[in-house]
Design a protein around this ligand. Structure first.
Ligand SMILES: *Cc1c(COP(=O)(O)O)cnc(C)c1O
Length: 349
């Protein structure tokens, strides 16, 4: 078998601002008041990469990491010494329960069936999710005194807010339901707030908060706008320059046509890298102080920009703007979708 040479440097980079990431966790931890802040690092830390993100959060002081799938556990275990790693989807099968027992990752029990399955696998420390109105995962408040629940060894009893990013009456309703239901549960800790929930005030904090989006630069609530720093900055290489004449069109379906002589640059980023078609129109990249508008449709692996009078040349890297609230407002994609769509082709550092 021939040994492959080292991979050449990639034409796509995702620069992670380590200080901003640590500062965001610390800010959310402080805003959580008496409560401790954990960290939601599911879906490869919202697309930023657990190998980079988890060690930084761990060093900043985070000791509770939340994932959605069991497949996400091994990568996080490498960097989470002395911390808990919890799986929000809970245990669906005996195989998942056995995996939890072996790895020490803690399942969030979401139903009576999961509670029984966990006990049958040997039981031990788990968390409990109570549904207080989002109607996705969790036992009903009326089920808290079921024998299957009473027999669990519960570390954290939690619930999840549906409308924390809005000024909605549902927040107070869920808070009241959670207070009442969780009071009937024997547990070490209570936890309710995600990123936006932290901004709703001290009564939402309990013992542990679970920020995700805001760690990574998302503005989950207007009150976080002055607190949270941008973390991820993509850069992509110019793979070809070309001169367009009036009448030349660019890209699939020829939706853009040059009205004058134009220097165009083909850039190595496309919708497979999270630059969705909806971000194309009105979007631009920046280079050396120039804003270079995207022309034509976004392709899977490429975009074309109008290089204008800039000195942009083949091999240069351009900055792809990733101001999450702005990009979200312009494209109609949520800040969560923009981050988790970044994909696997970046060199993350
Ligand atoms: C994803 C998730 C979080 C983190 O939410 P953000 O809005 O990203 O802060 C917290 N709790 C649960 C149950 C989640 O699924």
């Amino acid at each position: 078998m021939t040994r492959l040479p080292d991979e050449p440097p990639r034409s796509l980079r995702l620069n992670i601002d380590r200080e901003a990431l640590a500062a965001n966790w610390l800010a959310l931890h402080r805003m959580s008041g008496e409560a401790e802040a954990g960290a939601a690092v599911k879906s490869d830390a919202y697309g930023l990469g657990v190998e980079i993100v988890v060690p930084i959060l761990h060093e900043a002081g985070a000791r509770h990491f939340f994932l959605a799938h069991w497949s996400e556990v091994p990568a996080v275990l490498n960097y989470s010494e002395g911390a808990t790693v919890s799986v929000l989807h809970g245990v669906r099968t005996p195989e998942e329960a056995a995996f939890a027992q072996t790895t020490g990752a803690i399942p969030v029990i979401n139903s009576l069936r999961q509670a029984v399955l966990w006990k049958e696998s040997g039981g031990g420390t788990c968390h409990l999710m109570i549904d207080t109105g989002i109607n996705r995962l969790g036992i009903e408040p009326s089920e808290v005194s079921d024998p299957a629940i009473r027999s669990l060894d519960i570390d954290t009893v939690m619930s999840h807010l549906a409308c924390a990013d809005e000024d909605s009456a549902m927040n107070a309703r869920q808070l009241a339901t959670f207070r009442k239901a969780s009071a009937a549960v024997q547990a070490k800790r209570r936890s309710l707030a995600n990123s936006a929930g932290i901004a709703l005030g001290p009564q939402y904090h309990f013992d542990l908060t679970r920020p995700g989006l805001a760690l990574y630069g998302g503005i989950a609530h207007p009150a976080l706008a002055d607190v949270i720093k941008q973390v991820a900055q993509p850069q992509a290489a110019v793979i070809q320059m070309r001169d367009l004449s009036p009448g030349d069109s660019v890209g699939y379906n020829a939706i853009w046509t040059a009205e004058q002589s134009t220097r165009a640059a083909t850039i190595s980023i496309g919708y497979a890298d999270g630059l969705m078609r909806a971000m194309g129109p009105g979007g631009s990249v920046s280079f050396d102080g120039w804003q270079l508008p995207v022309i034509g449709k976004v392709s899977m692996d490429m975009i074309v920009v109008d290089a204008g009078n800039s000195a942009l040349a083949e091999g240069d890297f351009v900055d792809i703007p990733l101001n999450l609230p702005e990009t979200s407002a312009r494209s109609g994609l949520s800040q969560y979708e923009i981050l988790t769509s970044l994909g696997i082709r970046y060199s993350r550092s």
